[in-house]
Design a protein around this ligand. Sequence first.
Ligand SMILES: *[C@@H]1O[C@H](CO)[C@@H](O)[C@H](O)[C@H]1NC(C)=O
Ligand SMILES: *[C@@H]1O[C@H](CO)[C@@H](O)[C@H](O)[C@H]1NC(C)=O
Ligand SMILES: [Zn+2]
Length: 493
Amino acid sequence: MMSNIATHRPLLSLFHFLLVVVLLVIVLPAAAAAHEEETCEPGDTPVGRFQQYLRFNTAHPNPNYRGPVSFLASIAASLSLQIQTLELAPGKPTLLLSWQGSDPSLPSLLFNSHLDSVPVEPSKWSHPPFSATRSPDGRIFARGAQDDKCIGIQYLEAIRNLKENHPHFSPLRSLHLSFVPDEEVGGFDGMAKFVESPEFKALNVGFLLDEGQASVGEEFRVFYADRAPWELVIKAAGDPGHASRMYDNSAMENLMKSVEVISRFRESQFDVVKAGKASNSEVISVNPVYVKAGIPSPPNGFVMNMQPSEAEAGFDLRMPPTTDPELMMQKIAQEWAPAARNMTFKVIQKMLFHYSCITMISFLCSHYYWLEMPMFIHCSLCVIIKKGPLRDFMGRPLITATNDSNPWWSIFKQAIEAAGGKLSKPEMLASTSDARFLRRLGIPALGFSPMTNTPILLHEHDECLKDTVFLRGIEVYEHIIRALTSFEEVESV
Ligand SMILES: *[C@@H]1O[C@H](CO)[C@@H](O)[C@H](O)[C@H]1NC(C)=O
Ligand SMILES: *[C@@H]1O[C@H](CO)[C@@H](O)[C@H](O)[C@H]1NC(C)=O
Ligand SMILES: [Zn+2]
């Protein structure tokens, strides 16, 4: 862009009059028609490409994957990157782009982003969520603006700038970009399958950068671990009885005792946060998400003179990787859902199951729940769903070191500083990202999305990102790519 303008400058005077006429004809009516808001961006700019990517509706439950994959592949082709489209699950492509390094024997770098987004409630948005409208103050509104289509385009634009502005630069290590499906629904048909593929193994990945989160302050945030989510369902059984009678060990009494014990544990963890001794993401969170009990009495009520024989409650449990999973299991078995209170719980390591298999089991559960006891007993198969492990294949906590023991960390940090930025204290992510699949393989991985002075709007209405913040992120990645791909040392990382 810059060089084009420079070349044409001598011609400007010749076409001055014509240009003014053309500008008046085009710009004035366009500005009026757009009500001071730009919905149509010239395609051939970084912001324009960001807007085009945002306009694909990739929200669940029916994300459009084909459109953005061919759009991104066409950008990659214009940058002479190698392009592979992997169909690891039907209809769910993973796009893999590569900039080959001069020494392909060195471990490579992988920069990941996901193609999909969480759903939207369009009526709650001030601009249509897939319009990528840019407001007069430069904010670009779209689902995915922060989570995480920004980084996908920034990776590509940083490569473009390095290729165009630094023609003598060539990476020593290879840099790969992956665009994976289904992160927002657990990654089981996305990153989980990708890391198992021969194409992934061939990459010999030494270090991963994946999505992080916006920072409201001046410093960039960086994430070195994710919390592991478990879904916990506790079912209590007891003798049914007349509602007027007091007796021990009713299902409701047993369930409520557990709810009390779990609430006390929740408070103890939350107190640590409130006292400022740990952040929200460094403690174990357990939050009740549903309670199901009672004998329905159509149309909407419940039988009021009857104590039910079954009662259940669901909890969302998130653990930092430093948690001992065995101790947690013991706590659940002995304190939260003890057999002494007629409670059952079971664990499913969701990683080991195909998604549709889990769906099938839950379907059986809900389907047979009220029908007959034998099926109900089978159903205790799906009571805890461990959606992520806490340890890597060597049994180590899923944590990426953020000190000098990890050379990638040092180079990454220096690159941020060289770009004029500063990192805040490394954090654990309160939720999860695809990075956990690589940490499981023992590959160091950091979560990083370069957005400073930006409200955290992921998964919220009116998700948006300022154009200047987006463009600054491209510069930051230029520094990161140069530094990481030039890193010579061959250490066992
Ligand atoms: C457990 O449930 C069974 C069947 O409903 C009941 O007979 C028994 O008394 C209950 N025991 C306890 C300890 O709640
Ligand atoms: C670096 O961090 C890791 C992980 O947090 C820790 O186990 C290790 O002891 C640290 N090493 C040094 C040299 O500080
Ligand atoms: Zn995300």
